[in-house]
Structures are given as C-alpha cells and as structure tokens.
Design a protein around this ligand. Structure first.
Ligand code: IPT
Length: 961
C-alpha cells in the first residue's frame, strides 16, 4: 500500500489542539459610529470535498475560476443548502473518540468571495477581517496570502488585513472543515452544522481607533449613585449627555442614576471618543454581588425565571437574522421570562444587545462541552489535559472580551457537561481575574470549587426542597452558595409537568434562586415530506431522534402549551382569593418593579360567559408586598356556575408588548353549578336487534350505543390508553420507573373488552364488562349504566380494578367515534381553554370556548398524546352535547389514539373520517422524565374504584337540576 499524500500540503492544523494562528487578540465587540465597515455576507461560491486534503490551495489564488462552483448564502450552513446533510447527536461524538484526531471523511467547504472596497473606503489606517462564527475550523486566505486559521465555532476571530487589501478585486478564500480538534470541545446536544454561520465583516480601523474597551458601570443601592469608568486607550473621552458626564477614559465618575435591571432596563446612551473613532455606548448601571449566600443585583436577591436558549431557525439552523433574535426576546418578555442561559455557547452578539435593551438577565455560557467523554468515565477529557488548556483559555477570553460591556450579562458560565478538570479551573481563574464583577457559573462540579453559584440540572422537587432547607450537604463552599437549576422542566413533546410545584419551592426558600427551563425552541428542520425533521431523518449513523425537539416553542416559534403554562407559573403578579369573602389579594412578585405599569380588570362569568370587563382599582404594592381589593357584587347565576376573573394587563404600550397585553390573571368560584339531572323515567325497550331508551338506540346483543339523540356513535367504551408522550417514555438512561414502556409491556394499548351482561330492566340499561389486556390477569370491571328522562340520556360508568395492578393508568374515561365528523367541525365547551394535564394545568382558564376539532390538536413535532381540556362542564360537537358529573377532561381528534401513537412525524397524521372523542374522568400526570424526574406522586392515576357520569343531549339543551 502506498502512503497517503495530502494534495494540499499540511492540514495538520485541523487536528492541532491549539486555538489557531494569525488571529488578533480578543476584544470588545462593537459597531463604530463613524469607522467604515463592509459586510461580506451574501452569496459566496462553494465547493465541498469529502476530506480535508482533497483539494490544494489554488482556489485561494487571485484569478482562480470558480465559475462552476455552487453558490451558498453566508451566513449559513452548507448542509442546509443542499450540500450534504445535518447530523444530530445528543452527547455521542459522531466520530471515534480518539482525541485530537478526527475522521478522514471530513466534509470541507471551500468558500470564495470576491469584493471591491467601496469608493469612499478611507485610505488611512488599517483594516480587520472579522468572522463572528464558523463551524468548526477555518483557514483563511486574502488575495492569495495565507492569513491563518482558527477554531472556536461560536466565537469571533479577527485578522489584521489592511496591508493585503486592494481597491478592487479582493479574493477572500475560506476553507471550512466540519471536524477538527475543536469538535471535541463542541459536543453540545444539537445538530452538527458546518459552515460560516455568522457574519463576515471587513472593518476599517482608523489610526487611533478604540480597539478594546471595558465599561464598568456599578450601582450603589444605598446611595442611589452609579459609578462609571470606561477603560480604553489613553486620551479617549467618555460622554453621557443625559448625565452631563464628560470624563477621560479610565477616570471614574459617581453620580445619581437610575439603575439597570431586567425589569427596568434603563440604558444611558454615551459615546467613547478616541482619536480615531466614536463608539456608541449603551450603559446600564448595576452591581452583581454574592452576598449572604445569595446573588443580588443592586442589593436585591434575584429570582431567575429563565429559559435555556440555543440559536435555532428551522431553515437556517444557527444562522439567525436580527428579526429572529428579536422575536425570541419579545416572545420571552411576553411570556414573563426574565432570564436566559445562552446554552451552550455565546450567542450572536446582537442578541445580547437586545437583552440589554428589553431587559433579560443573561448567563453567558462559553462554547464548551465534552459530554461524549462520559462514555469512558471522562478518561482523556480535554478539560483535564494541559495540552488543551490554551484552547480553553482562548475560548474563555473570546467570550468575556466580546461580551463584557453588556449590562444584561450577570454571570459567566464556563460551559456545559464537560466533567471536571484543571482546564476548567484555569478558565474560572482567568475570568475571575479579568472580570471580578460577575459570578462564575458551571454545573458540572457539584463541589463548586471554581464557581460562585451552586448549579444543578433536573433535580427532583424533593431534592430542591432539601437544598432550600440547607439539608443537602456538599462541600463547605457549596453550602454557602445559592442554588439555581441551570436546567429543569424538560420541555420535550407534551410538557413539562410540575413547573408550578418547582415555582412554589423557588418562592419559599431564599437559597433557591430559580431556574432555566430546558429549552427554548425545538430544533426541528423544516422538511417537505415530514413537516419537521429530527435526528435519524437524514440517515445518520448515530443519532438521538427527537431529543432535539424539546423546546417551549415549536420550530416556527409558535408557543407550545408548555410556554403558556410557564408564563402563568412565573407571572410577576399573583392574584388569589383574599381573606374576606368577595375580595382578591394582589401580590407583587417582581424583584424590583412596582405595579404601576399595569392596570387591573375584572369580570364575572355565568356558565362560562363573561360579563362586561371593568377596571378594578388596585394599589401598587412594593415588590414582595400584597394589597387586598374588594370585588363588586357577583350576578345571580340562577343555578349556573358563577366565577370571577381578574387580569393584570399593560396600561400603556411598552417596547415589548402593547397596551392591554395580559401579564397575569386568576379566577375564582362564586357559586358552583347545580347538580346534573338524574335523567330517569324512560324505560329501555327491546325491539329486535335494538334497544331503545329515550333518545338513545343500542345494539341489543352488545349493549353498545348506535345513536345518542339521533347522532350515530361508534365504539363507545372504556379507554385507558394514551399515545405515550416523550415524558411517559422517558430517557433510556433513567433509572427511575418509566411508565410508558411498562404500560406498553402490560398491554394497555390493546385492551380487550369481554362482555358479561346486557341487562335491560327497570329504568336502566346496564352493560357489564371486564376490560383487560391479553396475557395478564389484571383487569378493570366496568359497568355502563344508561338511563333517560325521554329527552336526555345519562351514562354512569363504574370501574373496579381487579387483579394485581403495579402501574398507574395513562387515562381513565370513555372514548367513542362520531362517524362522518371532520377536523373542520366545531366544538363548543365550558371549561379549560388550552391543553392541560394534571401537572400542566396552571394556565387552564375557564370560559365558554369555541374551536374546530383540528385546532384542538397540539402539533408536537413527534406526534403524541395532546390536546386535553381540563375541568370541562359540558361540550358540544357533532350535534351532541355532553355534560359531565364531575367535570371531565375533553379530547377530540380526527384520528384514533392508535394512529397518533404510531405516527412519527406530523405528516403521518391523516384524518380518518371520524372524530374520536375522549371524555376522561382522570389523566396521569406528565412530569419531565424525558430527561428529569417523572410526575410527582400526587399526579399519579392509580387504578382504584371510580364512578363518573355523562349526560348526553341535543346542543342548546342546558340541563339544570
Ligand atoms: C442536559 C444537557 O446539558 C443539555 O444540553 C441537553 O442535552 C439536556 O440535557 C437534554 O435535552 S445533560 C443531561 C444528561 C442531564
């Protein structure tokens, strides 16, 4: 065999652990007011090769003819533009773990861009070429000169290029390798997406340019004064006209200011003027401190109501435009989110500017994860190997230097899931030295040796509570630190459950400073045949399926019910029944703001129909304080249920939402509805193969209803199955009991219904059955007792478990089909409005609602149980009205549960000509076991004797007792 000779000379840098060669030292990221710049975004020429060394360097030479190359858009990923395919793994490296080596099959994208300098490009000074993000390793040539190479995908890299530039015909050549030594440091749970995915910019650097600068803007909450000091080049001046500040760089100035907080994001516009340029400053005065074992800003402890945000767009991947970034921020603000962890890399810098402006606390996380080494007990982990330390320090410095001037950034995070090691300590030491004004975060070291906050992920409620009580032990250092959950509430598919229970804990213990739901957005890839693609859909050799779709918003940023739930759970105003009858108590749950931006409105509702909404005068209690307010007298419901609703809405337009936007709400009961009629009197009559009972007709042999009030129904019977959710199925590594697989093993998805008796005697038709899966002794003795008053039919279902039951049930209720009904048919009901389950029902709001059957479906990227409405008193659809006693969970779909269960993608779901209705007495909780703990025990649906009734009638007929 002959030896392999690379065509292009050395590609050794690809597997070199060093961060790169030829780049400028990291510095603050800013857009100069007056220095010229030239965006090199847009169409570039692209040639993709299968290996790093397949092609030589000649493409970088001026005059090279790339006329037959493809074209790609920069910023972008070539694998999302028709060249190759994305790969999704959670923590497994998609190549052999053999650091620092990467596979010979190393997709390599040669990118070419020709550009002229604008006519007014200044002749003086020099120029810098900036790459804001390239995955994972790039080598760069300008006008045929090799200027260096770099790694660190989500970090900026700059080259001094002034001497190489020509007025016209510049040739920029960038060779991007998908895999490099840097890939070992970038094992985040996301798609592997090579490409130049952030901006490329040529920046003119005038003589006397600012270069780097560091804005220190502290706030003393005792004196109400801020202290500003901008470290920059000698001779520079800092002006803040609004404050009358005009000082030399490096010189501190102290004066009264309004502080910056995420709730009150007060920014002062300033200018840093150096000899060569003017740099706009957006200054927010705030002081972050670890004090008394808690993190305080401006002297006040914080409560993080956060999300983990990956950058994602369903077509463009991690190449986000400004509008998309703004949409994320606006959606967060509108859903009461107050904090972002930039999991697991620094975001595009424009995102942080938006956080400064709109107000979000940010944990800025470094581009570092080595999770795949967990498979070998962290042996050879780069973060514990000195050879890699320069690369780690380079990453830390690139993050801190780039982002240090953002008031929104209140903590630095070393990275995610990288085990422990000397490299992490070196990073923490460097960061502490460079910026002592911000605490350092890292989750992976439970001893907290390098960190200023104790951080955990997916802790069960009980452990969170123990930590709140200070009973969780740990090192001496850890015991003195606050706990935050840097990840909790795994929002994969239907869920997460249990958020309200976490929030109650966070609000009960000072040591608990909140958390960050995992995660913001589903990383589904738009796909013509599948709706959204996930892991495995591109033929990946190793993949983790739909684990990449675990966000609070769908890939197109439509809020999922999980976000609606979270918004309610973390609402900054708590409204609840007051101590005295007819009063409500309003509590200000902001950390800093009063309630003056809000106005309160109330209405009463009778049988779910609201009276006109009116203003409610509420004083503005200080943070943490409450006010009690009397509600006007309620109307008489005449036997119907009467409730009140109080809402807190924005009194004026804000930058993030308009006047009237709802921030918080609550409801309470004034009088309950009267019991349903017994519906007796009519007698069942056998008529050949039919039995009639009032307006119902049954099959005489099986006792199954054929029509109810003239409406054909099919297959009405007990149902215990749901298309298992991602949280039911759980993650493969979970050691706790995972019920989804156990349910399937037991056969709850294939229950048999043995008919024991059809008894038509007296004034009832009673059908007795035993419902059980093949191969098992456990079953449910189920009796359906039908009565009628001639106009309405009442069904009472009694269930008695029988045999040895070791598992809870997914659901307990009845299901039937309405043949001929469609997804377009409307449903009207009184009960909860949005999707809800026992532990995801905080946001369920009682009203009379109207929707089409199709609209009741929640389009989870991987189809699964969805769409239940809680506390339904009555519902009307397909010409039938059903009232429940007690209230029930209502679900209607244009396909069966079995079909839903079998579907892999949205596009697998096709209406089958029948609307299938589930009326459930109970549902099992949702939990968060796709990565975290399952539902709390109180949300379990254990088999036990149960009885529940439904009254069927014609729509418009309102039964009253
Ligand atoms: C945790 C990771 O930090 C995050 O990136 C993501 O993978 C999440 O899980 C699951 O979606 S790590 C897990 C092993 C607790």
């Amino acid at each position: 065999m002959s030896s392999r000779t690379p065509a292009s000379g050395s590609t050794g840098y690809v597997e070199d652990v060093s961060p790169g060669r030829g780049t400028l030292p990291p510095r603050a990221w800013y857009a100069s007011s007056d220095a010229a710049s030239l965006s090199l975004n847009g169409g570039w020429r692209l040639r993709v090769s299968e290996t790093a060394d397949a092609e030589d360097d000649s493409f970088a030479e001026p005059g090279f003819d790339a006329g037959d190359w493809a074209e790609v858009t920069v910023p972008g990923h070539w694998v999302l533009q028709g060249h190759g395919a994305p790969v999704y793994t959670n923590h497994l490296y998609p190549f052999p773990v053999d650091p620092p080596h990467v596979p010979t099959e190393n997709p390599t994208g040669d990118h070419l861009r020709l550009f002229d300098l604008p006519g007014d490009w200044p002749a003086d000074g020099t120029a810098v070429l900036r790459f804001d993000g390239v995955e994972s390793c790039a080598r760069v040539w300008l006008n045929g000169t090799d200027i260096g190479e770099f790694k660190g995908s989500r970090l900026p890299h700059e080259f001094a290029v002034g001497a190489l530039l020509k007025p016209a015909g510049n040739v920029l050549a960038v060779r991007v390798h998908q895999w490099s030594a840097g890939s070992y440091l970038e094992d985040q749970d996301q798609w592997w997406l090579p490409g130049i995915f952030r901006d490329v910019t040529l920046l003119h650097r005038p003589d006397g340019a600012a270069g780097d600068f560091f804005v220190h803007a502290d706030y003393d909450h005792v004196t109400g004064e801020g202290t500003l000091r901008v470290d920059s080049a000698a001779g520079a001046r800092v002006t803040v006209p609004e404050l009358g500040v005009d000082v030399a760089a490096g010189e501190p100035v102290t004066l009264p200011v309004e502080p910056w907080t995420a709730e009150t994001p007060r920014l002062y516009d300033g200018v840093l003027a150096t000899a060569g340029e003017r740099v706009p400053l957006r200054i927010g005065f705030r002081t972050v401190a670890l004090d008394d074992g808690v993190i305080k800003v401006n002297g006040t402890p914080l409560l993080f109501k956060g999300v983990n945000r990956h950058e994602w767009h369903p077509r463009r991947g991690r190449a986000l435009d400004l509008a998309t970034m703004r949409e994320d921020v606006l959606l967060m603000k509108r859903h009461n989110v107050n904090a972002v962890r930039t999991s697991h890399y620094p975001p595009h810098p424009a995102f942080l500017a938006l956080c400064d402006e709109y107000g979000l606390w940010v944990i800025d996380e470094c581009d570092l994860e080595t999770h795949g080494f967990v498979e070998q007990d962290w042996r050879d982990n780069p973060v514990d190997d000195d050879r890699w330390t320069p690369a780690l320090l380079d990453r830390a410095a690139r993050m801190v230097e780039r982002d240090k001037n953002h008031p929104s950034v209140v903590m630095w995070s070393l990275g995610n899931e990288a085990g422990t090691g000397r490299g992490l300590t070196a990073m923490a030491d460097w960061i502490h030295g460079r910026d002592p004004s911000r605490p350092v975060h890292y989750e992976g070291d439970f001893g907290c040796r390098d960190t200023d906050v104790y951080s955990r992920m997916y802790l069960p409620h009980a452990e969170v509570e123990r930590a709140g009580e200070g009973l969780d032990g740990g090192t001496h250092r850890r015991r003195g630190l606050p706990l935050i959950l840097c990840e909790y509430g795994h929002a994969m598919g239907n869920g997460p459950g249990g958020l309200a229970d976490y929030q109650r804990l966070f609000e009960s213990y000072d040591r608990l400073q909140g958390g960050f739901v995992w995660e913001w957005i589903d990383h589904g890839v738009e796909h013509p045949a599948l709706g959204y693609a996930y892991g495995g859909d591109f033929g990946e050799e190793l993949h983790d399926g739909n684990f990449v779709c675990d966000g609070l918003v769908f890939p197109d940023r439509t809020p999922s019910p999980g976000l609606i739930e979270y918004k309610k759970v973390i609402e900054p105003v708590r409204i609840e029944p007051g101590d005295a009858d007819g009063t409500v108590r309003v509590t200000n749950r902001y950390d800093f703001a009063d309630l003056s931006p809000l106005e309160f409105v109330f209405s009463h509702q009778v049988d779910g129909l609201p009276t006109e909404e009116r203003r409610l005068a509420v004083p503005s209690p200080a943070p943490g304080e409450s006010a009690e307010v009397k509600l006007p007298a309620a109307p008489d419901g005449g036997g119907a249920e009467v409730q009140w609703t109080v809402r807190a809405v924005l009194a004026e337009d804000t930058p993030w939402a308009g006047r009237g936007h709802e921030v918080a709400w609550a409801q309470g009961t004034v009088t309950r509805r009267a019991p349903l009629p017994a519906a007796t009197g009519a007698r069942p009559a056998v008529d050949g193969d039919r039995i009639t009972l009032g307006p119902a007709v049954f099959d005489a042999r099986t006792g199954a209803p054929r029509t109810l009030c003239g409406v054909p129904v099919r297959d009405l019977r007990l149902d215990v199955w749901r298309a298992t959710t991602d949280n039911d199925d759980g993650a493969s590594w979970q050691t706790d009991t995972r019920y989804g697989p156990l349910w399937r093993e037991l056969g709850l998805h294939r229950m048999r219904h043995r008919l024991e008796a059809v008894e038509a005697d007296g004034d009832a038709l009673t059908v007795r059955t035993r419902v059980a899966p093949a191969g098992r002794e456990a079953g449910l003795r189920t009796a359906y007792r039908w009565t009628s008053d001639g106009g309405r039919v009442r069904l009472t279902v009694s269930v008695v478990p029988d045999g040895d039951w070791q598992v809870p049930l997914p659901r307990l209720g009845i299901r039937f089909g309405l043949p001929g009904a469609t997804a377009e048919d409307s449903v009207r009901w009184f009960g909860g409005g949005g999707e809800a389950y026992p532990d995801t029902r905080a946001a369920s709001r009682d009203l009379q609602w109207d929707a089409r059957v199709g609209e009741l479906q929640t389009p989870y990227v991987r189809p699964q149980e969805n769409g239940a409405r809680a506390d339904v008193r009555w519902a009307e659809t397909g010409g039938l009205r059903v009232d429940g006693e007690p209230e029930f969970w209502f679900t209607a779909r244009p396909w069966t549960t079995e079909h839903l269960d079998a579907a892999r993608h949205r596009t697998d779901l096709v209406p089958d000509g029948t609307v299938w209705v589930n009326l459930d007495h109970r549902q099992h909780g949702i939990g968060s076991q796709s990565c975290g703990p399952g539902p709390l025990p109180r949300y379990y649906l254990w088999p036990e004797p149960a009885e529940f009734s439904f009254v069927f009638s014609e729509p418009g007929d309102r039964p009253r007792g």
